[in-house]
Design a protein around this ligand. Sequence first.
Ligand SMILES: [Zn+2]
Length: 260
Amino acid sequence: VRVHPIASTVSDNFFYLVTDGDDALLVDPIDPEAAVRAISSAGAARVRILTTHGHPDHVGGNAEVVSQLGCEVIASRHARTFPVEADTFVGDGDVVQLGASSLTVRHAPGHTDGHIVLHDADHLISGDVFFVAGAGNCRFGGDPRELFATFYKRLADLPAHMTFYPGHDYAVKNLEFIQSVEPSRPPPPARVATAHERSRADGPVLTTLGEERMYNPFHRAYDAQLQRVLEDGYVDAMDTSIADPAERTFCALRALRDRF
Ligand SMILES: [Zn+2]
């Protein structure tokens, strides 16, 4: 598949046109004008919408795109809060056929209870689950313990070489957070430089899951040194009712990032 990032002009989102030949999928097309323009320049013969989750900044463009293009909407069947109006409901392991490609749906709750992500062998459309240098927040119907399970159980098998395409680019702020929470282990300078150099027109900063697992604290919850930094320096953020030190560390990071 080919994945084209599109910068929304009505919000700080990035959304995606995923194509295989003349078959196209619009993922979270929040900016209908930009979405319709992208479809016509791609010359797509068939268009569908896939919604990662029901937050207004992801689903809010659907009605207008449907009225202009008459396309089908695909969404999670697991969403209890933030349900999405859709024609086809999918769940974990379901396959969306796009041209000659098969894209796999994965249930990835935590940011919301019904969040789904989509991948082939090389590309992951990660919505608001994985961000460069960060993780999705859990403030609007989310649950950090579910997000922890998504990171370390549900999506742990995704390979290191896989590039992910996030719903937002908070790289600059996320990198500042990393620097502040664990100053003894600053993020890679090249990553910081890239984050500062790019403009929205360039699309989001793109990295692989393997790169994130090296330096992003949300992917390093099992790192004993990081756990110690939090146990020693951020006692107030640690929820002692969570028995697993890695899960406790992850949830503390999420709480600290909310306040940052
Ligand atoms: Zn969201």
